[in-house]
Design a protein around this ligand. Structure first.
Ligand code: CP
Ligand code: NVA
Length: 302
């Protein structure tokens, strides 16, 4: 059966843990897995990217495959060819598709109408590859996932949605603090609440960052203005108080770490001194994109 990774919850908890464990193995043995030998993987980007593009291109190469970078605006998709036909055409040439775009539904459709695995490299709704690497990083730092608490401070965007679902699935307590009207997606919250019934984690959605970071082991943030929202009104006023700074950090657990998916807007969602204090974690997190995605591809293509 063809498996895709469009939503984080397309993998179950055991599969997520398996992918993370194998990612640690690949981190030590980067050229050991050749699951993509004789395979061509299309990487479609309708939005900019530094980390995701590079980590997938390098990852496919290390696994013996051919990565094909496809700038969205250079395809017929940008001239209105529908996703249903694009999926059927691409399935005739490629062995897998990695796609970053705006509409989550388009990625669902690509997987539905195509016959090859599709990996979501970020949509407006989710960023599941980032969160796989995030969980790997948390496990690397704490030696475990279950029972920890993650506090996400900022915009209730694709990162917040995916972290909410993923933490609830693997047993990390999660608090999300956003300004009113910027809370995470209600469908993501619903999914998380379903997982929480099994894992017994606590889920807190609040407008109070000080409350959210209490007892937190991980503080997480992301930009206030996501790709595609550049035209929105200035959010700086609305997000005042939702910056990870020294004062907020003091309210978390003593050994708490700070994470950021990058790119960062220092002075907005995170202060530069805090960013630098945790730069080892943040850049390890970025590196782990490579290992986690290789492990994911090995899982989907095996
Ligand atoms: N974190 C992340 O996805 O980075 P890029 O936008 O650079 O790919
Ligand atoms: N929320 C951000 C994440 C970037 C990796 C965005 O969608 O632009």
């Amino acid at each position: 059966m063809v498996r895709s990774f469009v939503n984080f919850e397309d993998l179950n908890k055991d599969e997520v843990l398996e992918v993370i464990d194998y990612a640690f193995y690949l981190k030590k043995n980067p050229f050991s897995d050749k699951s993509l030998q004789n395979k061509s993987i299309g990487l479609i980007f309708m939005k900019p990217s530094t980390r995701t593009r590079l980590s997938f291109e390098v990852g496919v190469y290390q696994m013996g495959g051919q990565p094909i970078y496809i700038l969205g605006s250079s395809t017929q998709l940008s001239r209105g060819e529908d996703v249903k036909d694009t999926a059927r055409v691409m399935s005739r040439y490629l062995d897998g598709i990695v796609i970053r775009t705006y509409s989550h539904q388009e990625v669902e459709d690509l997987a539905k109408y195509g016959s090859i695995p599709v990996i979501n490299a970020l949509t407006d709704y989710q960023h599941p590859c980032q969160v796989l690497a995030d969980l790997m990083t948390i496990k690397e730092k704490f030696g475990k996932l279950e029972g920890l608490k993650l506090a996400y401070i900022g915009d209730g965007n694709n990162m917040a949605n995916t972290l909410l679902i993923a933490c609830a699935m693997v047993g990390i307590n999660i608090a999300i603090a956003t300004p009113p009207m910027y809370e995470p997606n209600s469908k993501a919250l619903q999914k998380a609440l379903e997982f929480a019934k099994e894992t017994n984690v606590s889920i807190e959605i609040t407008n109070n960052p000080q409350e959210a970071v209490k007892n937190a082991d991980v503080l997480y943030t992301d930009v206030w203005v996501s790709m595609g929202q550049e035209g929105e009104k200035d959010k700086k006023q609305v997000f005042k108080g939702f910056t990870i700074d020294k004062n907020l950090l003091k309210l978390a657990n003593k050994n708490a770490i700070v994470m950021h998916c990058l790119p960062a807007h220092k002075g907005e969602e995170i202060m530069e001194d805090v960013f630098e204090e945790f730069s080892d974690v943040i850049f390890e997190e970025a590196e782990n994109r490579l290992h986690a995605q290789k492990s994911l591809m090995s899982f989907l293509f095996k």
